[in-house]
Design a binder for this molecule. Structure first.
Ligand code: IPE
Ligand code: IPE
Ligand code: MG
Length: 248
């Protein structure tokens, strides 16, 4: 068992699952094998999040920029997403997991969108961990789509521009109703956000882990949660213990 105290478990962990290709390359395998192995790491990450009481787990599965990869790799990734939902939806449902999809849903293939909607629908009333799948997701695209909605409301006279507050913008994003991530993990040693949760991650703790995604195990996740619990978050304020001294 782990030593994590429930009070220090982040409510929302978001993961940039990177390094599938390099994991495969290092073994002389085709990149597709790395993606396949990555799905097993997804299953384990969801189980660990559920076990530790992480309320929201967001996984970056396919970015709006990943369409620029070779067609064969894009279709491998689409195939894996379809297989994952077909095979794992019942299991996730039994685990009381609620699924939410973020990203642009327009122009998705006709065999993908219904599966995503089915996953959300089936698990809508579940009360366990919310698994947020970022698919065809890019933060700049998400923000631009939100701005289009707000601008249309202004033009139609439904919205006063002075009411475009940070809260209003947050509520117009794909993540509406989901708390901001407390911890963003990226695997594979790359230290960048690659257009992931740029708005929501304003005060997220960032953690860059050298392991390639297929090697991200329960132990790696528990270690990340334990290191997170030692981080001091200030949100622009001062450390709690220091402010106590004032006036005493
Ligand atoms: C992450 O692994 C999976 C996706 C981006 C879909 P990569 O495919 O980016 O693997 P590397 O970074 O090339 O090793
Ligand atoms: C980010 O990884 C996207 C996902 C994990 C889905 P990439 O591998 O696409 O990012 P870059 O190209 O290295 O920045
Ligand atoms: Mg990559």
């Amino acid at each position: 068992m782990n030593q994590l105290s429930p009070s220090t478990v982040p409510a929302h962990v978001a993961i940039i699952m990177d390094g599938n290709g390099r994991w495969a390359n290092a073994r002389g395998l085709p990149r597709a094998m790395g993606h396949r192995k990555g799905v097993e790491a997804v299953r384990e990450a969801v189980r660990t999040a559920t076990e530790c009481g992480v309320s929201y787990l967001t996984l970056f599965a396919f970015s709006s920029e990943n369409w620029s990869r070779p067609q064969s790799e894009v279709s491998d990734l689409m195939g894996l997403l379809k297989t994952f939902i077909r095979r794992d939806l019942a299991v996730l449902h039994r685990q009381n997991v609620r699924i939410r999809i973020i990203g642009d849903r327009t122009n998705l293939a006709s065999d993908i969108l219904p599966l995503l909607l089915e996953a959300e629908d089936t698990t809508r009333n579940n009360t366990g961990t919310t698994l947020v799948i970022a698919f065809n997701y890019g933060a700049r695209d998400e923000i631009a789509r939100a701005m289009q909605t707000l601008a249309a409301d202004v033009v139609a006279g439904r919205l006063d521009p002075r009411d475009i507050t940070p809260e209003r913008i947050g509520a117009s994003l794909d993540t509406a109703g989901i708390p901001d991530p407390d911890l963003i993990i990226r695997t594979s040693g790359e230290e960048r956000l690659s257009n992931f949760l740029l708005w929501q991650g304003a005060y997220a703790e960032l953690m860059f882990i050298p392991d390639f995604w297929p090697d991200f195990s329960r132990e790696t996740f528990l270690d990340a949660l334990s290191r997170y619990s030692a981080r001091e978050r200030r949100f622009g304020g001062l450390q709690a213990t220091k402010t106590l001294a004032v006036g005493s």
